[in-house]
Design a binder for this molecule. Structure first.
Ligand SMILES: Nc1ncnc2c1ncn2[C@@H]1O[C@H](COP(=O)(O)OP(=O)(O)OP(=O)(O)O)[C@@H](O)[C@H]1O
Length: 304
């Protein structure tokens, strides 16, 4: 199936700065994809390249097979919220949405519904100059949805939202996905995306370090670690090292071990006469992400 968004050897340089370097990845239709990377990694630049707001130095950024400018009415294809400050402060919220609808060439009659959908009905007729960042994020989202687009692209939309707002946004994005839309959402905070995304594209230093399903990302990058609780941590630590394992962390009776399977660890403890009081193999996207970004130089582009 044709990817909904695809970067092919995409590079963008700003003078001496290479913001995006030979990036290739594909985003499938009908999924929520998290675009994850530290500050300055090149996320916003990549999103802007897809939206035709900056031109690539080389390579291409395709929306459903072609550059955005080749779509007759781009806002029907893709709606984007890249900057929560994008609306004029002296304009009322409802007028900003109507203005965006006019620009997109779609009826303005849904403006009220859109503001209701993003929880801004009560302030629809207020000027946006005094809106909080969270309110602006909601307004930017309403504007992104104005053309009822197939693809929704959001740059750090959770900035400024309180926990309730974040939960609300996640529900809204899931409902967009459940309607068959494609959602691409960037963040520098993995915790924001962890329970939301189906797929991930991870970028650091302008380079794509992995893309694919979140599960595949964990499989590929997760360090093999075991958290173990024992009544004799010191001798267990020595036995683990003796057997070629590594003790990553030790706090009281709990230690974190890598380089051994849980079966091997059980055998080592048994042979040393040490009781294991608990043993868990922790697998989290967070640990995989930390590991992947720490070892970036060793990692090739595509993830299965
Ligand atoms: N218009 C520009 N002119 C010069 N340099 C730029 C421009 N836009 C981005 N950069 C640089 O490109 C690099 C990537 O920036 P970008 O904003 O894409 O990263 P980001 O991952 O979105 O980071 P953040 O989360 O901090 O916004 C940074 O070094 C940035 O300073």
């Amino acid at each position: 199936m044709q990817p909904m968004l695809e970067a092919r050897n995409l590079t963008k340089r700003f003078g001496p700065v290479t913001a995006v370097s030979d990036a290739s990845f594909a985003i499938r239709s009908g999924a929520i994809t998290g675009f994850l990377g530290p500050n300055g990694a090149g996320k916003s630049t990549t999103l802007r390249l897809f939206l035709g707001l900056v031109q690539p130095t080389s390579g291409s950024a395709l929306i459903d097979g072609k550059p955005i400018h080749e779509w007759p009415i781009p806002s029907l294809k893709v709606g984007a919220a890249l900057d929560a400050q994008c609306v004029h402060p002296s304009r009322r919220a409802i007028d900003s949405v109507r203005w965006a609808a006019r620009l997109a060439g779609v009826p303005t009659s849904h403006a009220e519904d859109l503001l209701e959908r993003v929880g801004l009905s009560a302030v629809a007729r207020q000027r946006t100059g005094k809106f909080s960042l969270g309110m602006r994020q909601r307004l930017a989202l309403a504007i992104a949805l104005v053309g009822d687009p197939e693809i929704v692209v959001l740059d750090e939309p959770m900035n400024g939202l309180d926990p309730e707002g974040i939960a609300w946004l996640k529900d809204l994005l899931r409902s967009l996905r459940d309607q068959g839309r494609t959602v691409l959402i960037s963040s520098h905070l993995l915790a924001e995306l962890e329970d939301l995304v189906d797929d991930l594209v991870v970028i650091a230093g302008g380079r794509i370090i992995g893309s694919g399903s979140a599960t595949a990302f964990i499989d590929r990058f997760h360090p093999q670690t075991i958290s173990v609780l024992s009544d004799k941590p010191e001798p267990l630590c020595a036995a683990v090292i003796e057997a070629g394992g590594e003790v990553l962390d030790m706090q009281g009776q709990r230690m974190e071990i890598s380089g051994l399977t849980s079966i091997q660890l059980g055998e080592i403890a048994r042979d040393a006469g040490i009781a294991l009081l608990g043993l868990t193999e922790e697998r989290s996207l967070k640990r995989a992400f930390t590991h992947a970004t720490a070892t970036i130089t060793d990692i090739p582009g595509e993830l299965g």
